[in-house]
Ligand binder design. Structure first.
Ligand SMILES: [Zn+2]
Length: 85
């Protein structure tokens, strides 16, 4: 049984949820709000509850590329080689 007040409340909850979803990203794991953090020109979303990190499209590729460039530099750098042996 649905009373008019319940319908209005349900509609209000839907409106609030839409605002939350559009203005604050939610963690897909625990539904905590995600916080945008800038790191090396990349924006990553971090779960405020458990610290999980979410990357936007293309950001993982940029991280992989940055890591590859670091490894190339490490191989060319004698200091890194000496540490390994
Ligand atoms: Zn989370």
């Amino acid at each position: 049984m649905t009373f008019p007040n319940d319908m209005m409340l349900a509609r209000r909850i839907r409106e609030i949820n839409e605002v939350i979803l559009t203005e604050t990203l939610m963690c897909p794991k625990c539904a905590a709000p995600l916080r945008s953090i800038e790191r090396n020109g990349m924006t990553i979303e971090r779960c405020m509850e458990r610290g999980g990190i979410f990357l936007d499209r293309g950001e993982l590729e940029r991280l992989i590329q940055a890591e590859g460039e670091f490894n190339v530099r490490a191989l060319q750098d004698d200091r890194f080689r000496d540490e390994r042996w």
